[in-house]
Design a protein around this ligand. Structure first.
Ligand SMILES: [Zn+2]
Length: 126
């Protein structure tokens, strides 16, 4: 966003049509920060609820070295009466980390995108 008064980009995620794989009905996602379709990694997910439980899963490495790390926190801070599910990733090209969160509240699902520069303070959130 160039101006803080502008409405944010409404696309939650977009895909590169040139990388569509019809046999698998699969598309290459674009980075939610820079828009690049290569170098994007979604390696983690988190689920949290109103009682303060937060489960995080992170996938690392590949092939026979692939591992899942699972962490359960029963005293996490949570805002709201329902739950939130987040996808956590990073981009090789723009060196950003991002969190795409879907929060349930009063029959609605709200979306929040938070982007941070690696090892730097938060640069964008909406
Ligand atoms: Zn990027």
């Amino acid at each position: 966003m160039a101006n803080s008064n502008e409405k944010p980009d409404r696309a939650i995620l977009s895909a590169d049509d040139s990388m569509y794989e019809p046999q698998r009905n699969e598309q290459a996602l674009r980075c939610p920060n820079c828009g690049a379709a290569t170098g994007l990694h979604i390696d983690g997910a988190a689920v949290e609820n109103a009682s303060g439980q937060k489960l995080q899963v992170e996938a690392t490495d590949e092939d026979s070295s692939a591992r899942l790390s699972v962490h359960l926190d029963n005293d996490a801070d949570h805002d709201g009466r329902r739950h939130q599910i987040s996808l956590i990733g990073w981009c090789e090209l723009c060196e950003s980390k991002f969190n795409l969160a879907f929060r349930q509240h009063k029959g609605m699902t709200y979306f929040t995108k938070t982007v941070t520069k690696r090892n730097l303070p938060k640069i964008e959130s909406w």
